[in-house]
Design a protein around this ligand. Structure first.
Ligand SMILES: [Cu+2]
Length: 375
């Protein structure tokens, strides 16, 4: 497999850069020639006499990121908003007084732009990829009203605790186009989970875009020994508001359906957080809800630059499962919570990316813009 890498990497990268340039009909600008030189490499540099890049683009290889802009309005979702938008449903009470949290999710076929000029015929939950980041509190009763407005059978399979008939597999909540199903179960265990379609063929349905985060906040009353920690995780509390929380789903797209990915990202749009770094205030702690849903590649990872973090595997504990690490790996459907601070750092741009370098070059890399205060 390693022997195949070089040839495939070239053809996959060629598609990314060439596709972006062709589809946008780019004029020859500094930015465009730069992107083309980036994939042509040393030979092109020598042939064209191209010797230096603008200082802010990282040297002779160029910025190594996509050229142009994705149309967020056409997509109907913006990478910056995907980080912080939580769907907490509609809250009511069950007859016995428990919190009943109702979510509404529609399966919708939708073409999305995943890199400048590169469109992907996605299957979505609520028109976005990843689907809505569902968030509940431990012990809630959850009701998810799922309507299939798409062209294929779909389901919602939750990584949580529930009855067999709520499992979202064939015969248990997998529905055809035009049908509706209501999943109902208790929110447990607390943690950073996910949901995805479980229709067959499974890898096709997942990689088309049918996945999302499913976060269950701990109920502080159930964890008296770590009540402060639990409160800091519970959305809506003062303690939680002190944190800067971000939802990140590591995903990838097979644009030519050859069971290999051409574009990698966190939250779908290649290089989005390189072009618009994620601003964080230096003195406030950061918490990332991270999941890996990449098909076709066996492992993904998250590496933070110039810093270390604590990691809570699957988010199901209130003390870290890994302390002081700067890299974690995740196989598909693995997820966890990262906590860190830049309080002791000088302000600046701090990179994060997987340590599979090919993924980084094909779109999955971003920056935190650490600032003293937000104006
Ligand atoms: Cu599906």
């Amino acid at each position: 497999m390693a022997g195949m890498w070089f040839r495939e990497a070239i053809s996959r990268r060629g598609l990314l850069w060439g596709g972006a340039a062709a589809a946008t009909g780019s004029v020859i600008s500094a930015g465009t020639s730069f992107g083309q030189n980036a994939h042509d490499g040393h030979t092109a540099v020598a042939r064209t006499g191209y010797s230096s890049a603008p200082a802010d683009h990282g040297g002779a290889h160029g910025a190594m990121i996509t050229v142009g802009e994705v149309d967020d309005i056409r997509n109907g979702f913006a990478p910056a908003a995907l980080l912080t938008e939580w769907d907490t449903g509609t809250v009511s009470r069950t007859p016995d007084g428990r919190v009943l949290r109702t979510f509404e999710v529609d399966a919708i076929d939708k073409e999305i732009e995943i890199a400048p000029g590169i469109f992907f015929p996605a299957w979505t939950y609520n028109g976005r990829v990843p689907g809505p980041s569902l968030r509940a509190t431990e012990g809630d009763r959850l009701r998810i009203v799922f309507r299939n407005l798409g062209s294929h059978p779909h389901s919602m399979h939750f990584h949580g605790i529930h009855a067999a008939r709520m499992d979202g597999v064939p015969g248990a909540g997998l529905i055809g186009p035009g049908e509706e199903f209501v999943y109902e179960f208790d929110a447990r265990p607390f943690g950073c989970h996910l949901y995805h379609c479980h229709a067959l063929p499974l890898k096709r349905h997942i990689h088309k875009g049918m996945y999302g985060l499913f976060v269950i906040d701990p109920d502080p009353q159930r964890h008296p020994e770590f009540a402060d920690v639990a409160r800091s995780r519970l959305l809506g509390t003062q303690e939680n508001a002190a944190w800067q929380e971000f939802a990140m789903v590591m995903n990838a797209f097979d644009t030519n359906f050859d069971s290999e990915n051409e574009i990698y990202a966190v939250n779908t749009v290649a290089h989005a957080y390189m072009k618009k770094p994620i601003r964080i205030v230096r003195d406030r702690p950061v918490r990332i809800y991270l999941a890996n849903i990449v098909e076709f590649d066996p492992v993904n990872s998250f590496h933070l630059h110039a810093n270390f973090f604590d990691y809570f595997e699957q988010g199901t504990t209130l003390t870290p499962t890994l302390k002081t690490v700067d890299l974690i790996t995740q196989v598909q459907a693995q997820r966890g919570i990262l906590e860190f601070t830049y309080a002791e750092h000088e302000p600046g741009l701090y990179m994060f990316h997987p340590h599979q370098s090919e993924f980084t070059e094909l779109g999955w890399v971003g920056m935190f813009d650490v600032v003293e205060t937000v104006a």
